[in-house]
Ligand binder design. Structure first.
Ligand code: FAD
Length: 390
């Protein structure tokens, strides 16, 4: 097993890094000081830079205008994006991978403009009574002639403020049949309303509002994939998202360790560098060892996926990567804040921002407990050897 990066992967890493360092990182403080928001001019500049870099829609096949990167390549890219604070990585858009299951008309109307960055969508699964247990959703779309009448309430709809359409997971009800289904729902349909817009711990470029759907008339041809495929498609989306999160957590750790090491070597107390107190340098040593383990696991999942391994096995291993990388990032951020002392508690310090922002990686796209549930089910169903062997 070879984990050295090929010249092509190194080139991709450098291309992403220059977008991160030259275009996005300079916007971090503006975002922080404005509750995450950036000016329209900054958004336009970033959009031009992302398109010029060719990293837009990196996960979408080239036939639709995306960069067509395999999962390992996406990991290389997301690692670099993870260095950013204020979740500015979200500005380098990757449309939901499941859109490729659309009909030719859906691809033309929704996916292609997403790929070009002309509009965005939001993925609405979570509800008041259905978080970790997505099967507990109550949203219903009841067949009524040529439309489904969609009713329900979705929480935490990331990008919901700027999205022009939603992928809504709901039960398609047709007579006695009731099947989990993904619907493409235009935001301007009657009966679609933003009903709450709470603030969160991080200052993110977009919002995570609540949406209420009241008898919204969703055309029957707005089903993505097939009626009944809602959970399967959402599972497909989760796997890719979890690997992206794992990769970004590794990149965040890299920046944190760089900042912490630089500071520890420079800062003097009690007549010498704080780095020379092993209480400090050993924290950095733990950070370096733990992120290397998380990174190897993440790249291994990428290789496994790209070699065409059993999707169920990839599912369990992607959960391992998300669990380990997000928990590692939480520890690394906490230690680096400690190494900075009072300066680590200042919002102008990227370590402070990452410490706050990385917290959600243990919650969204399945909490750490849910990743453990997936892994332990894998042990039971697929057997210990298959789950543990490389
Ligand atoms: C900033 C942000 C953005 C989000 N964006 C989106 C989005 O775009 N679209 C979307 O659909 N959702 C989104 N979410 C929702 C997110 O996916 C859920 O918050 C997450 O899945 C957890 O669900 P919950 O909050 O309802 O917690 P709950 O499911 O209520 O869990 C509460 C606690 O109980 C634990 N728990 C639950 N079940 C078990 C179990 N079986 N075993 C052990 N422990 C368990 C959990 O791990 C957690 O610690 C977002 C959330 C946040 C915070």
């Amino acid at each position: 097993m070879d984990f050295t990066l090929s010249p092509e992967l190194k080139q991709l890493r450098a291309r992403t890094r220059s977008l991160v360092d030259d275009v996005l990182q300079p916007l971090e403080l503006e975002a922080e000081q404005n509750g995450g928001r950036l000016s329209a001019e900054a958004h336009a500049r970033v959009k031009r830079a992302v398109l010029a870099s060719g990293l837009n829609a990196a996960n979408i096949p080239t036939q639709y205008g995306g960069a067509g990167l395999n999962l390992t390549e996406q990991i290389v890219m997301h690692e670099q994006l993870g260095r950013l604070t204020n979740c500015l990585w979200v500005l380098v858009w990757s449309p939901s991978n499941v859109l490729v299951h659309g009909t030719p008309e859906q691809i033309e109307r929704y996916l292609l403009p997403d790929v070009r960055g002309d509009h965005r969508h939001a993925y609405a699964i979570t509800e008041e009574h259905a978080g970790s247990d997505a099967r507990g959703i109550r949203a219903e779309a009841v067949r009524d002639g040529d439309v489904y009448r969609l009713s329900g309430k979705k929480w935490f709809v990331t990008d919901g403020d700027i999205a022009s359409y939603f992928l809504v997971l709901a039960w398609a009800v047709d007579g006695l049949e009731r099947q989990p289904t993904l619907f493409i729902v235009d935001k301007d349909l009657p009966g679609v309303e933003m009903t709450d817009d709470p603030d969160f711990t991080h200052n993110f470029p977009y919002r995570h509002p609540e949406y209420t759907f009241t008898d919204a008339p969703v055309p029957v041809d707005a089903v993505l994939g097939e009626v009944g495929q809602g959970f399967d498609l959402t599972g497909e989306w989760f796997i890719e998202e979890r690997v992206h999160i794992a990769a970004r957590c590794c990149g965040a750790c890299d920046r944190l360790i760089e900042l912490g090491t630089e500071w520890a070597l420079e800062r003097e107390q009690f007549g010498g560098r704080i780095f020379d107190h092993q209480a400090i340098s050993f924290m950095l040593a733990d950070c370096a060892a733990e992120v290397t383990a998380a990174r190897l696991l993440t790249y291994y999942v990428g290789q496994l996926h790209d070699s065409g391994a059993d999707p169920k096995l990839v599912h369990a291993k992607a959960s391992m990567a998300k669990l380990i990388a997000s928990e590692t990032a939480g520890r690394v951020a906490d230690r680096v804040v400690q190494i900075f002392g009072g300066r680590g508690y200042m919002r102008r310090n990227p370590a402070e921002r990452l410490w706050r922002e990385l917290r959600v990686d243990r919650i969204w796209e399945g909490t750490s407990e849910i990743q453990r549930l997936i892994i332990s089910r894998g042990l039971e169903r697929r057997g210990v050897p298959q789950l543990l062997e490389l």
